[in-house]
Design a protein around this ligand. Structure first.
Ligand code: KG4
Ligand code: ZN
Length: 337
Protein backbone atom coordinates (compact mmCIF):
# COMPACT_ATOMS: atom_id res chain seq x y z
CA UNK A 1 0.00 0.00 0.00
CA UNK A 2 1.24 3.52 -0.80
CA UNK A 3 2.86 5.47 2.02
CA UNK A 4 2.15 8.83 0.31
CA UNK A 5 -0.80 10.76 1.68
CA UNK A 6 -3.62 10.66 -0.87
CA UNK A 7 -6.60 13.01 -0.83
CA UNK A 8 -9.71 11.74 -2.60
CA UNK A 9 -12.62 13.97 -3.53
CA UNK A 10 -15.78 11.85 -3.52
CA UNK A 11 -18.95 12.86 -5.39
CA UNK A 12 -22.37 11.23 -4.96
CA UNK A 13 -25.55 12.16 -6.87
CA UNK A 14 -27.25 8.80 -7.50
CA UNK A 15 -30.60 9.60 -5.85
CA UNK A 16 -31.81 12.50 -3.71
CA UNK A 17 -28.63 13.54 -1.88
CA UNK A 18 -26.03 15.82 -3.45
CA UNK A 19 -22.86 14.99 -1.55
CA UNK A 20 -19.13 15.76 -1.73
CA UNK A 21 -16.42 14.63 0.63
CA UNK A 22 -12.66 14.87 1.07
CA UNK A 23 -11.09 11.72 2.51
CA UNK A 24 -7.45 11.22 3.46
CA UNK A 25 -5.91 7.84 2.59
CA UNK A 26 -9.34 6.31 2.05
CA UNK A 27 -10.35 6.32 5.71
CA UNK A 28 -10.01 9.68 7.43
CA UNK A 29 -12.99 11.89 6.61
CA UNK A 30 -11.88 15.54 6.42
CA UNK A 31 -15.31 16.69 5.24
CA UNK A 32 -18.60 15.10 4.19
CA UNK A 33 -21.19 17.60 2.96
CA UNK A 34 -24.63 16.13 2.25
CA UNK A 35 -27.39 18.27 0.79
CA UNK A 36 -30.65 16.39 1.16
CA UNK A 37 -33.43 17.12 -1.35
CA UNK A 38 -36.06 15.46 0.87
CA UNK A 39 -38.12 18.65 1.23
CA UNK A 40 -38.47 18.93 -2.57
CA UNK A 41 -39.73 15.33 -2.88
CA UNK A 42 -41.78 14.95 0.31
CA UNK A 43 -45.04 16.26 -1.11
CA UNK A 44 -44.90 13.63 -3.87
CA UNK A 45 -44.38 10.76 -1.39
CA UNK A 46 -41.12 9.66 -3.07
CA UNK A 47 -38.22 10.82 -5.23
CA UNK A 48 -39.21 12.52 -8.51
CA UNK A 49 -36.30 11.85 -10.92
CA UNK A 50 -36.57 15.09 -12.91
CA UNK A 51 -36.68 17.21 -9.75
CA UNK A 52 -33.68 15.28 -8.40
CA UNK A 53 -31.55 15.94 -11.52
CA UNK A 54 -32.33 19.66 -11.48
CA UNK A 55 -31.56 19.98 -7.78
CA UNK A 56 -28.22 18.17 -8.22
CA UNK A 57 -27.36 20.58 -11.01
CA UNK A 58 -28.05 23.54 -8.74
CA UNK A 59 -26.19 22.15 -5.74
CA UNK A 60 -23.18 20.28 -7.11
CA UNK A 61 -20.83 23.30 -7.32
CA UNK A 62 -21.65 24.81 -3.89
CA UNK A 63 -21.57 21.37 -2.21
CA UNK A 64 -18.10 20.57 -3.63
CA UNK A 65 -16.85 24.06 -2.68
CA UNK A 66 -18.15 23.56 0.85
CA UNK A 67 -16.47 20.12 1.12
CA UNK A 68 -13.10 21.61 0.08
CA UNK A 69 -13.53 24.52 2.48
CA UNK A 70 -14.41 22.30 5.43
CA UNK A 71 -11.41 20.07 4.71
CA UNK A 72 -9.27 23.18 4.43
CA UNK A 73 -7.93 22.19 0.99
CA UNK A 74 -8.20 23.46 -2.60
CA UNK A 75 -8.59 21.63 -5.91
CA UNK A 76 -4.77 21.69 -6.21
CA UNK A 77 -4.46 19.38 -3.19
CA UNK A 78 -6.82 16.71 -4.54
CA UNK A 79 -5.08 13.58 -5.88
CA UNK A 80 -8.05 11.48 -7.06
CA UNK A 81 -11.68 12.18 -8.03
CA UNK A 82 -14.14 9.39 -7.24
CA UNK A 83 -17.72 9.54 -8.49
CA UNK A 84 -20.76 7.26 -8.28
CA UNK A 85 -21.58 6.22 -11.85
CA UNK A 86 -24.31 3.67 -11.08
CA UNK A 87 -26.70 2.22 -10.17
CA UNK A 88 -29.24 4.99 -9.57
CA UNK A 89 -31.42 7.54 -11.32
CA UNK A 90 -29.74 8.09 -14.67
CA UNK A 91 -30.33 11.86 -14.89
CA UNK A 92 -29.12 12.32 -11.31
CA UNK A 93 -26.00 10.19 -11.87
CA UNK A 94 -25.13 12.09 -15.05
CA UNK A 95 -24.82 15.34 -13.08
CA UNK A 96 -22.13 13.88 -10.81
CA UNK A 97 -20.36 12.00 -13.60
CA UNK A 98 -20.27 15.03 -15.93
CA UNK A 99 -19.02 17.26 -13.13
CA UNK A 100 -16.31 14.77 -12.14
CA UNK A 101 -15.15 14.32 -15.74
CA UNK A 102 -14.96 18.07 -16.26
CA UNK A 103 -13.04 18.51 -13.02
CA UNK A 104 -10.65 15.66 -13.80
CA UNK A 105 -9.88 17.29 -17.17
CA UNK A 106 -9.45 20.74 -15.63
CA UNK A 107 -7.20 19.80 -12.69
CA UNK A 108 -5.52 16.89 -14.50
CA UNK A 109 -6.17 14.37 -11.76
CA UNK A 110 -7.29 10.75 -12.17
CA UNK A 111 -10.96 9.85 -12.25
CA UNK A 112 -12.48 6.71 -10.71
CA UNK A 113 -16.06 5.51 -11.28
CA UNK A 114 -17.58 3.84 -8.22
CA UNK A 115 -20.52 1.43 -7.95
CA UNK A 116 -22.95 2.86 -5.39
CA UNK A 117 -23.57 -0.52 -3.69
CA UNK A 118 -19.81 -1.06 -3.34
CA UNK A 119 -19.65 2.46 -1.87
CA UNK A 120 -22.13 1.41 0.84
CA UNK A 121 -19.95 -1.59 1.73
CA UNK A 122 -16.86 0.65 1.99
CA UNK A 123 -18.64 2.93 4.49
CA UNK A 124 -17.50 0.29 7.00
CA UNK A 125 -13.88 1.38 6.51
CA UNK A 126 -14.43 5.08 7.26
CA UNK A 127 -12.88 6.30 10.51
CA UNK A 128 -12.08 2.68 11.30
CA UNK A 129 -9.43 0.00 10.76
CA UNK A 130 -12.03 -2.61 9.80
CA UNK A 131 -10.87 -4.80 6.90
CA UNK A 132 -11.91 -7.83 4.79
CA UNK A 133 -12.74 -10.67 4.86
CA UNK A 134 -16.33 -10.29 6.09
CA UNK A 135 -19.92 -11.04 5.18
CA UNK A 136 -21.85 -7.88 4.32
CA UNK A 137 -25.60 -7.24 4.38
CA UNK A 138 -26.31 -4.20 2.19
CA UNK A 139 -29.83 -2.87 2.75
CA UNK A 140 -30.95 0.44 1.30
CA UNK A 141 -33.81 2.06 -0.58
CA UNK A 142 -32.83 0.39 -3.83
CA UNK A 143 -30.86 -2.68 -2.73
CA UNK A 144 -30.92 -5.70 -0.48
CA UNK A 145 -27.83 -7.83 -1.07
CA UNK A 146 -25.64 -10.27 0.84
CA UNK A 147 -21.99 -10.28 -0.25
CA UNK A 148 -18.93 -12.12 0.88
CA UNK A 149 -16.23 -9.44 0.78
CA UNK A 150 -13.10 -11.53 0.35
CA UNK A 151 -10.71 -8.62 -0.10
CA UNK A 152 -10.70 -4.98 -1.24
CA UNK A 153 -12.37 -5.07 -4.65
CA UNK A 154 -13.21 -8.79 -4.40
CA UNK A 155 -16.90 -9.48 -3.74
CA UNK A 156 -19.00 -12.61 -4.12
CA UNK A 157 -22.75 -11.95 -4.39
CA UNK A 158 -24.55 -14.63 -2.36
CA UNK A 159 -28.12 -13.37 -2.42
CA UNK A 160 -30.36 -10.43 -3.19
CA UNK A 161 -33.96 -9.35 -3.30
CA UNK A 162 -36.04 -10.84 -6.07
CA UNK A 163 -38.50 -7.91 -5.91
CA UNK A 164 -38.59 -4.88 -3.57
CA UNK A 165 -35.61 -3.70 -1.53
CA UNK A 166 -35.97 -3.52 2.27
CA UNK A 167 -35.87 0.31 2.29
CA UNK A 168 -38.43 0.45 -0.51
CA UNK A 169 -40.78 -1.67 1.66
CA UNK A 170 -40.26 0.74 4.58
CA UNK A 171 -41.03 3.69 2.29
CA UNK A 172 -44.17 2.11 0.78
CA UNK A 173 -45.63 1.01 4.11
CA UNK A 174 -44.86 4.40 5.68
CA UNK A 175 -46.79 6.00 2.83
CA UNK A 176 -49.76 3.66 3.38
CA UNK A 177 -49.70 4.55 7.09
CA UNK A 178 -49.56 8.27 6.26
CA UNK A 179 -46.12 8.65 7.82
CA UNK A 180 -44.46 10.43 4.89
CA UNK A 181 -41.07 10.07 3.18
CA UNK A 182 -38.47 8.70 3.89
CA UNK A 183 -40.32 5.85 5.53
CA UNK A 184 -37.57 4.05 7.46
CA UNK A 185 -36.87 6.66 10.15
CA UNK A 186 -40.61 7.48 10.43
CA UNK A 187 -41.60 3.82 10.95
CA UNK A 188 -38.76 3.32 13.43
CA UNK A 189 -39.93 6.28 15.49
CA UNK A 190 -43.64 5.37 15.52
CA UNK A 191 -42.82 1.68 16.18
CA UNK A 192 -41.14 2.60 19.46
CA UNK A 193 -44.60 3.06 21.00
CA UNK A 194 -46.11 -0.02 19.35
CA UNK A 195 -46.50 -3.71 20.12
CA UNK A 196 -44.45 -5.63 17.55
CA UNK A 197 -46.37 -8.84 18.27
CA UNK A 198 -49.76 -7.22 17.63
CA UNK A 199 -49.99 -8.48 14.03
CA UNK A 200 -48.03 -11.44 12.67
CA UNK A 201 -46.94 -10.59 9.12
CA UNK A 202 -45.40 -13.32 6.92
CA UNK A 203 -41.68 -13.61 6.19
CA UNK A 204 -41.17 -14.92 2.67
CA UNK A 205 -39.37 -18.19 2.07
CA UNK A 206 -38.16 -18.51 -1.50
CA UNK A 207 -37.97 -22.00 -2.91
CA UNK A 208 -34.47 -23.15 -3.94
CA UNK A 209 -32.79 -19.83 -3.16
CA UNK A 210 -32.16 -19.72 0.55
CA UNK A 211 -30.13 -16.48 0.46
CA UNK A 212 -32.48 -14.35 -1.65
CA UNK A 213 -34.96 -11.92 -0.15
CA UNK A 214 -38.52 -11.01 -1.10
CA UNK A 215 -40.43 -8.13 0.43
CA UNK A 216 -43.37 -7.72 -1.95
CA UNK A 217 -45.45 -10.41 -0.15
CA UNK A 218 -44.92 -8.66 3.18
CA UNK A 219 -45.86 -5.33 1.62
CA UNK A 220 -49.10 -6.83 0.22
CA UNK A 221 -49.87 -8.48 3.57
CA UNK A 222 -49.62 -5.13 5.38
CA UNK A 223 -51.73 -3.35 2.72
CA UNK A 224 -54.36 -6.14 2.85
CA UNK A 225 -54.46 -5.95 6.64
CA UNK A 226 -55.01 -2.17 6.49
CA UNK A 227 -57.81 -2.58 3.90
CA UNK A 228 -59.55 -5.30 5.91
CA UNK A 229 -59.40 -3.26 9.10
CA UNK A 230 -60.77 -0.20 7.28
CA UNK A 231 -63.60 -2.25 5.74
CA UNK A 232 -64.51 -3.60 9.16
CA UNK A 233 -64.45 -0.05 10.51
CA UNK A 234 -61.82 -1.10 13.08
CA UNK A 235 -59.60 1.43 14.71
CA UNK A 236 -56.11 0.89 13.22
CA UNK A 237 -53.27 1.29 15.69
CA UNK A 238 -50.55 2.68 13.43
CA UNK A 239 -47.85 2.13 16.09
CA UNK A 240 -48.68 -1.58 16.25
CA UNK A 241 -48.71 -2.01 12.47
CA UNK A 242 -45.40 -0.14 12.13
CA UNK A 243 -43.77 -2.20 14.89
CA UNK A 244 -45.10 -5.52 13.54
CA UNK A 245 -43.99 -4.66 10.00
CA UNK A 246 -40.54 -3.60 11.21
CA UNK A 247 -40.22 -6.85 13.15
CA UNK A 248 -41.04 -8.89 10.01
CA UNK A 249 -38.43 -7.02 7.90
CA UNK A 250 -35.78 -7.46 10.59
CA UNK A 251 -36.68 -11.16 10.91
CA UNK A 252 -36.28 -11.70 7.15
CA UNK A 253 -32.92 -9.89 7.07
CA UNK A 254 -31.62 -11.73 10.15
CA UNK A 255 -32.73 -15.19 8.97
CA UNK A 256 -31.00 -14.90 5.58
CA UNK A 257 -27.88 -13.38 7.08
CA UNK A 258 -27.64 -16.19 9.65
CA UNK A 259 -27.95 -18.70 6.82
CA UNK A 260 -25.17 -16.91 4.90
CA UNK A 261 -22.95 -16.88 8.01
CA UNK A 262 -23.49 -20.63 8.33
CA UNK A 263 -22.69 -21.30 4.67
CA UNK A 264 -19.60 -19.06 4.51
CA UNK A 265 -18.43 -19.84 8.07
CA UNK A 266 -17.55 -16.15 8.26
CA UNK A 267 -16.80 -14.91 11.77
CA UNK A 268 -17.24 -11.24 10.82
CA UNK A 269 -20.35 -9.46 9.61
CA UNK A 270 -20.84 -5.88 8.44
CA UNK A 271 -24.05 -3.98 7.77
CA UNK A 272 -24.37 -1.22 5.17
CA UNK A 273 -26.95 1.05 3.51
CA UNK A 274 -29.73 3.30 4.79
CA UNK A 275 -31.72 0.50 6.46
CA UNK A 276 -28.58 -0.41 8.45
CA UNK A 277 -29.35 2.79 10.40
CA UNK A 278 -32.40 1.00 11.85
CA UNK A 279 -32.21 0.70 15.63
CA UNK A 280 -34.23 -2.52 15.88
CA UNK A 281 -32.04 -4.18 13.21
CA UNK A 282 -28.84 -3.12 14.99
CA UNK A 283 -30.14 -4.43 18.34
CA UNK A 284 -30.94 -7.80 16.79
CA UNK A 285 -27.50 -8.13 15.19
CA UNK A 286 -25.78 -7.12 18.43
CA UNK A 287 -27.66 -9.94 20.18
CA UNK A 288 -26.54 -12.36 17.46
CA UNK A 289 -22.98 -11.12 17.80
CA UNK A 290 -23.00 -12.05 21.49
CA UNK A 291 -24.81 -15.35 21.02
CA UNK A 292 -22.62 -16.60 18.16
CA UNK A 293 -19.38 -14.92 19.21
CA UNK A 294 -19.00 -13.18 15.85
CA UNK A 295 -17.81 -9.63 15.22
CA UNK A 296 -20.49 -7.27 13.86
CA UNK A 297 -19.55 -3.91 12.38
CA UNK A 298 -21.97 -1.01 11.74
CA UNK A 299 -20.88 2.20 10.04
CA UNK A 300 -21.91 5.34 11.97
CA UNK A 301 -25.47 6.30 10.94
CA UNK A 302 -24.27 9.32 8.90
CA UNK A 303 -22.25 6.90 6.71
CA UNK A 304 -25.14 4.39 6.32
CA UNK A 305 -27.40 6.69 4.32
CA UNK A 306 -26.13 8.13 1.03
CA UNK A 307 -22.92 10.15 1.35
CA UNK A 308 -19.82 10.91 -0.70
CA UNK A 309 -17.28 9.80 1.95
CA UNK A 310 -18.07 6.14 1.23
CA UNK A 311 -17.60 6.84 -2.51
CA UNK A 312 -14.23 8.50 -1.85
CA UNK A 313 -13.19 5.47 0.21
CA UNK A 314 -14.18 2.97 -2.50
CA UNK A 315 -12.56 5.18 -5.17
CA UNK A 316 -9.32 5.36 -3.21
CA UNK A 317 -9.00 1.56 -3.06
CA UNK A 318 -9.77 1.27 -6.79
CA UNK A 319 -7.13 3.93 -7.46
CA UNK A 320 -4.57 1.95 -5.41
CA UNK A 321 -5.46 -1.11 -7.52
CA UNK A 322 -4.81 0.95 -10.69
CA UNK A 323 -8.48 0.93 -11.70
CA UNK A 324 -8.92 4.48 -12.94
CA UNK A 325 -11.44 5.54 -15.57
CA UNK A 326 -11.03 7.65 -18.70
CA UNK A 327 -13.37 10.27 -20.13
CA UNK A 328 -15.59 7.60 -21.67
CA UNK A 329 -16.85 6.88 -18.12
CA UNK A 330 -20.63 6.63 -18.38
CA UNK A 331 -23.52 6.46 -15.94
CA UNK A 332 -25.71 3.35 -15.74
CA UNK A 333 -29.07 2.91 -14.02
CA UNK A 334 -28.90 -0.79 -13.19
CA UNK A 335 -26.02 -2.57 -11.48
CA UNK A 336 -24.34 -5.79 -12.64
CA UNK A 337 -24.87 -7.07 -9.08
O1 KG4 B 1 -28.71 4.06 1.38
P1 KG4 B 1 -29.81 5.04 1.19
O2 KG4 B 1 -29.63 6.42 1.77
O3 KG4 B 1 -30.18 5.23 -0.31
C1 KG4 B 1 -30.20 4.20 -1.26
O4 KG4 B 1 -29.13 3.82 -1.77
O5 KG4 B 1 -31.33 3.70 -1.51
O6 KG4 B 1 -31.11 4.36 1.82
C2 KG4 B 1 -32.32 5.03 1.90
C3 KG4 B 1 -33.33 4.05 2.48
C4 KG4 B 1 -34.74 4.60 2.47
O7 KG4 B 1 -35.59 3.60 1.95
C5 KG4 B 1 -35.03 4.87 3.94
O8 KG4 B 1 -36.39 4.71 4.28
C6 KG4 B 1 -34.17 3.80 4.61
O9 KG4 B 1 -32.99 3.76 3.84
N1 KG4 B 1 -33.83 4.16 6.00
C7 KG4 B 1 -34.22 3.43 7.06
C8 KG4 B 1 -33.76 4.13 8.22
N2 KG4 B 1 -33.08 5.24 7.80
C9 KG4 B 1 -33.12 5.24 6.44
N3 KG4 B 1 -34.93 2.28 7.14
C10 KG4 B 1 -35.20 1.80 8.36
N4 KG4 B 1 -34.82 2.42 9.50
C11 KG4 B 1 -34.10 3.57 9.49
N5 KG4 B 1 -33.73 4.15 10.63
ZN1 ZN C 1 -27.49 4.36 -1.24
Amino acid sequence: MSSKNILTLGIETSCDETSASVVLNGRKVLSNVVYSQIDSHKKFGGVVPEIASRAHLEKICPVVDEALKEANVTFKDIDVIAVTNGPGLIGALLVGVSYAKGLSYAIKKPLVGVNHIVGHIYANFLESDFAPPFLCLVVSGGHSHIFMVEDFGKFKLLGKTIDDAAGEAFDKIARALGLGYPGGPAIQQVAENGDEDAVIFPVAQIKNSELDFSFSGLKSAVLNYLNQQRQKGSNIKIENVAASFQKAVVKALVEKTLEALKITKSSTLALAGGVAANKRLREEFLKISEELGIKVNFPPIKFCTDNAAMIACAGYYKFLAGETSDFTLDAYAVSDF
